[in-house]
Design a protein. Structure first.
Length: 443
């Protein structure tokens, strides 16, 4: 159901908002009249945060840690090394969002001696494009419409469970007590958490603390990289995961149509599959995304082509004349533009049970797991208050400075200010140059 749809004349967004208000109002009232009973059940209510603390998951964490305690410590050490690399990656990602722009402006229009300084220090950044940042910020990058995309919820659950589970397993492998673990709900976003004993953790060896603190981000990064390498980056491997239920690719499935585009003007509809593009002189059979994109590169704006559109429900093919438009993407080479969002069309082996949109949805789930896993892992390693990276960098600086703890404190403050500054500049520059900061920019 889409946000534009209604139930009994009422917008589904309004219905969702009413349900949300009622749900949290009930828990708010319960906290007022039965706070002690909720606490006995392990429920901690702080609207809009609901936490269920329990020791039931502790046994699972213990069992996993106990099976390979020494191996987990080795994995934790490797994970810590990976997390240090993520700090470098995070800084580099944020710098590439704004540094080339400012360096180029100074090199072209700035006064001396700044021109000479930037030319000497950053020659490789001059006249280079900035890379837009991708953030996960409710209200900025995730709109209310996103709450109806279950793949975002599922991906977040995977990321959070992996993150907190890694903290818990490493804590138990290192002999640190896990006081509580449990589930949470932040407004509409589900999650999980693990609470190691902070007193024990603070007294543990530095290497133990570093292993535990970096376990979550290294686990997230590993999962994200695995999904990318095995599924997102290799559609052949991806197809093997759905091959019991779907036949090999036989075209591209239209999953969206751009308003006022060539496809929209020709009444191309979501759910049709493009299987062939031709005219009187040329023919381009379409079997997958690669063949579709290759065909578009050979076509010209304004050219009149016939698209064979397969109705995936009836199995009938309809030829549709389309006058190709022009790709107006900034800085892109002029090429033919159809105006459709597509995914590989995999005919269902059991069409009465599964439709051909399921593979695209599953792929979007994998893609979201990759985006959130890697994105959250990278940003989480920056030394910013409340993030894992802050405690990791704090311990490292205390170790480096030894007895000079004031110097360690000043260094940590400087690192925090630097991290917040490069993120702020990345967001501002992305918004100023592109007018948006998106969660998954359209190519």
């Amino acid at each position: 159901m889409l946000l534009s749809e209604t139930v009994g004349g009422v917008s589904t967004l309004i219905i969702f908002g009413i349900v949300l208000v009622v749900f949290w109002s009930i828990f708010f009232i319960l906290k007022l009249i039965a706070k002690e009973k909720l606490e006995r059940l392990g429920l901690d209510v702080n609207v809009p945060l609901l936490m269920w603390r329990t020791k039931r998951f502790n046994n699972l964490l213990d069992a996993i840690a106990r099976r390979a305690r020494d191996q987990w410590k080795i994995i934790g050490t490797v994970g810590f090394a990976v997390s240090l690399g993520l700090i470098i990656i995070a800084v580099r990602v944020m710098l590439t969002a704004w540094l080339p722009y400012f360096v180029t402006q100074i090199a072209l229009y700035g006064p001396e001696p700044f021109k000479g300084i930037v030319t000497y220090l950053f020659p490789s950044q001059i006249n280079q494009p900035t890379q837009p940042v991708t953030l996960f910020l409710p209200g900025v990058t995730v709109t209310l419409a996103s709450i109806f995309d279950w793949t975002i919820f599922a991906a977040l659950v995977v990321v959070i469970v992996v993150h907190e589970g890694a903290h818990g397993v490493l804590s138990r492998a290192e002999g640190i007590t896990v006081k509580n673990s449990g589930l949470l709900l932040l407004l509409v976003i589900p999650g999980a958490f693990v609470e190691p004993d902070d007193e024990q953790l603070g007294k543990a060896k530095k290497v133990t603390q570093l292993r535990i603190l970096s376990a979550g981000v290294s686990a997230n990064f590993t999962v994200g990289l695995a999904v990318f390498l095995l599924l997102v980056a290799n559609l052949g491997v991806y197809y093997s995961t759905i091959s019991p239920f779907y036949q090999p690719s036989a075209g591209v499935l239209v999953t969206g149509v751009v308003p006022n585009s060539a496809a929209a003007n020709a009444s191309v509809q979501v759910g049709q599959a493009i299987t062939n593009i031709h005219n009187a002189t040329v023919q381009y059979p379409i079997s997958d995304e690669a063949s579709f994109q290759a065909a578009l590169l050979k076509l010209r704006p304004g050219q009149n082509m016939t698209f064979d559109l397969l109705n995936i429900t009836t199995g009938q093919t309809q030829p549709k004349p389309i006058i190709l438009g022009t790709n107006h993407t900034p800085n892109a080479a002029v090429k033919a533009f159809v105006g459709v969002a597509t995914f590989i069309y995999y005919p269902a082996r059991f069409p009465s049970v599964l439709n051909s949109f399921v593979p695209a949805t599953i792929y979007r789930l994998y893609d979201n797991i990759f985006l959130f896993s890697v994105g959250i892992a990278v940003v989480n390693m920056l030394p910013i208050w409340g993030l894992d990276g802050d405690r990791v960098v704090k311990i490292l600086l205390q170790k480096v400075w030894g007895r000079h703890q004031k110097a360690a404190s000043y260094s940590l403050t400087a690192a925090r200010i630097f991290s917040i500054s490069i993120i702020a500049l990345a967001v501002i520059t992305t918004f100023a140059l592109r007018g948006q900061v998106s969660i998954n920019p359209t190519p």
